[in-house]
Every structure is written in structure tokens, then in C-alpha cells.
Design a protein around this ligand. Structure first.
Ligand code: RB5
Length: 148
């Protein structure tokens, strides 16, 4: 898979670990920063990653901040992004199967590395089920348009 990943300073260390594990499994990873532990604003990283994902069509995006919350709120402001903030493997699987999430967000200060990796794997091992879930995802997109 081709995966795009980004973080703020709070997510930097976890991002490196996730990149290393993804690459070990043969996936291609595009890292949009941040490049070190110096403070950055998570909405900037979210916007950059999401716009690139929509343009370049990587398979999905991973965003990491301290809690995963702010970066998820920011990502979901962007038309076409369905970002799921995840803290367990079942939700990770459902985020793909039911919601066709194209971005997952993780909290580096709330998850250990092993749990974070389990979540990433559960999402990647899952498939969108379509059918009624497609209808619901289309209704989410319609809400975005309606609200403009
Ligand atoms: C940065 O200190 C922190 O606020 C950020 O990483 C994130 O947790 C926001 O939701």
C-alpha cells in the first residue's frame, strides 16, 4: 500500500516507529512532517496531508498528535476527508468496513506503540463493505455540500 503520514511534535516519536514498521512490511510511506520534536500547529499538518491525499491518491493517511483529537477535528473540516480517531482495534476495523475512513488519527500520548500498531494493522486488514454503508458515506458527503 501507499500510505501518507504526518504528525505534530506530540506525535513525532510514534510516527517514526509506525513508518519503520510499515516499511519493514514493504509498504511505501510518504512522510509530510513534522521533521522533529519542535512545536508545530497540528491544523497545518492535517491540511497539508489531507490535500495531498486527495490530489495524489495514496491509499490512506495516518495523522498523529498528542491525543489524536485536534488533528482529527482539523482533518474532518476538509471536504472529502473522513478521518477516524481511533483507540481500539475493533473501531479501526469498523472505520474502514462501515465508514470507509480515508484518514486515521492516533494519540501518541494516550496509546502505547504496540496498541497503535495493532490499530493501524486492524484498519489495513479491513475492507469497505459498501451497500448501505456506501449510502451513508454519500449522505455524509451531502452534509458537507449542504453546509457550505
Ligand atoms: C500539542 O501539545 C497537543 O495539543 C496536540 O498534540 C494534540 O494533542 C491536540 O489535540
Amino acid at each position: 500500500m501507499k500510505i501518507i503520514i504526518g504528525c505534530d511534535h506530540g506525535g513525532y516519536d510514534l510516527k517514526l516507529e509506525i513508518i519503520s514498521r510499515l516499511e519493514k512490511e514493504g509498504h511505501s510511506v510518504v512522510d509530510v512532517g513534522c521533521p522533529d520534536r519542535n512545536p508545530v500547529d497540528y491544523p497545518d499538518v492535517a491540511a497539508d496531508l489531507c490535500h495531498r491525499l486527495l490530489d495524489e491518491k495514496e491509499d490512506f493517511g495516518i495523522l498523529i498528535c498528542g491525543t489524536g483529537i485536534g488533528i482529527s477535528i482539523a482533518a474532518n473540516k476538509i471536504d472529502g476527508i473522513r478521518a477516524a480517531h481511533l483507540s481500539d482495534a475493533y473501531s479501526a476495523s469498523m472505520a474502514k468496513a462501515h465508514n470507509n475512513a480515508n484518514v486515521i488519527t492516533l494519540g501518541a500520548r494516550t496509546l502505547g506503540v504496540e496498541l497503535a500498531w495493532t490499530i493501524v494493522k486492524a484498519y489495513m486488514d479491513s475492507s469497505f463493505l459498501g451497500g448501505v454503508h456506501q449510502t451513508r458515506v454519500e449522505k455524509i458527503a451531502a452534509l458537507e455540500k449542504e453546509d457550505k
